[in-house]
Design a protein around this ligand. Structure first.
Ligand code: KDO
Length: 336
């Protein structure tokens, strides 16, 4: 029998979501589940939405009856980009946040918002699971009040256009209204690609493409499929411009209130979720181009060297690069 002293009293007042009364030897025992509200803009068919079910199942298996995991997709609980502040305030327990979210409060993180820095998913995992990730995640915890539990591979971002055009170099994207998420770090990436970056929340992209308020968008191909952007676009330009990450993060208010066994199980569940996402997404990316061709999209490969050089030069000359710690880019490049 569990004794009441096992319950985390601090959480009782604020976060009782389920109370089960069980009579044991004539005594009533109150059991409290710790709420784990998750908010993400991801659509149900995308791997980084499905990974949360893996998180929930792993956690329930390891810590039965201790957590009440609630998965909210399609930005139904918090708007895209507002999750970090909600976690810092303690209004949200978990989310998957981007390098762009982190760059706002931890400026050196902007190195990972720059195109053509991370080479591939294996490089990404080595960088973030090693000393570089450890140092940056420490600053994230201090400045954002969230703890990073695992690094998931969001996929490699590609340009996806409403009307087909000949795109060889960034100059060919001049004047193209390329939708980006609505922060300056994202918009800078769109401009670095040569386009006219146009801010729009993820949930509005499909309609924007359909009605022509935007000319294109950039996302990894599994997301282009899951969100059905292929229905309202005619071309994929395989720019490979960003090997993107999404970091599973938990509010420090929640994290610090857990026992060490609970912390271990929550972290293991996040890592299982990331691994499920990574394996499936990498596999899908390897096979997905045929699907788009069958849907009638043109799939073209531009001059990748021209894109790489132009994007890297744009970042190197920008204010972002001024706050990158000396030697960090070399350390990333030398991580093998
Ligand atoms: C997007 O809005 O383009 C983006 O890919 C940005 C990511 O950081 C992430 O928020 C993602 O959308 C959503 O999870 C939807 O897939």
């Amino acid at each position: 029998m569990k004794s009441v002293s096992h319950l985390r009293r601090g959480l009782l007042a604020a976060s009782v979501t389920a109370i089960a009364l069980c009579g044991v030897g004539g005594q009533a025992l109150a059991q409290t589940k710790i709420p784990m509200r998750i908010s993400t803009p991801a659509v149900p068919d995308d791997w980084h939405a499905k990974m949360w079910t893996v998180f929930k199942d792993s956690l329930d298996k390891a810590s039965p009856d201790q957590f009440d995991t609630q998965i909210n997709l399609n930005a139904s609980l918090f708007k895209q980009g507002t999750e970090p502040a909600a976690m810092a305030r303690g209004n949200l327990e978990l989310s998957a946040i981007s390098a762009f979210d982190m760059a706002k409060l931890v400026p050196e993180f902007s190195i990972f918002t720059a195109g053509y820095v991370v080479r591939d998913p294996a490089h990404q995992q080595k960088v973030f699971n090693g000393p570089i990730g450890e140092g940056l995640f420490k600053s994230v915890s201090e400045k954002m009040d969230v703890t990073i539990l695992a690094t998931a591979y969001l996929g490699t971002r590609q340009v996806n256009l409403r009307e087909a055009r000949n795109v060889r170099t960034p100059a060919d994207l001049k004047g193209v209204k390329l939708r980006m998420p609505g922060t300056k770090e994202w918009l800078f990436l769109g401009e670095a690609l040569g386009a006219t970056a146009t801010p729009l929340a993820f949930g509005e992209v499909y309609l924007g493409l359909k009605t022509g308020t935007i000319d294109g968008q950039d996302n990894p191909l599994p997301t282009v499929r899951a969100a059905k952007f292929y229905e309202v676009t005619k071309q994929l330009v395989l720019t490979n411009h960003l090997v993107d990450s999404i970091f599973i993060a938990i509010s420090n208010k929640t994290w610090n209130a857990l026992t060490s066994a609970q912390k271990q199980n929550v972290k293991a569940a996040a890592q299982a979720a990331a691994q499920y996402n990574n394996e499936n997404r990498i596999k899908e990316e390897g096979q997905i181009v045929d699907f788009f061709k069958q849907q009638g999209l043109q799939v073209t490969t531009p001059d990748l060297e021209a894109f790489r050089k132009s994007v890297q030069d744009t970042y190197a000359k920008s204010d972002y690069a001024k706050v990158w710690p000396a030697g960090l880019l070399d350390r990333i490049n030398n991580t093998r």
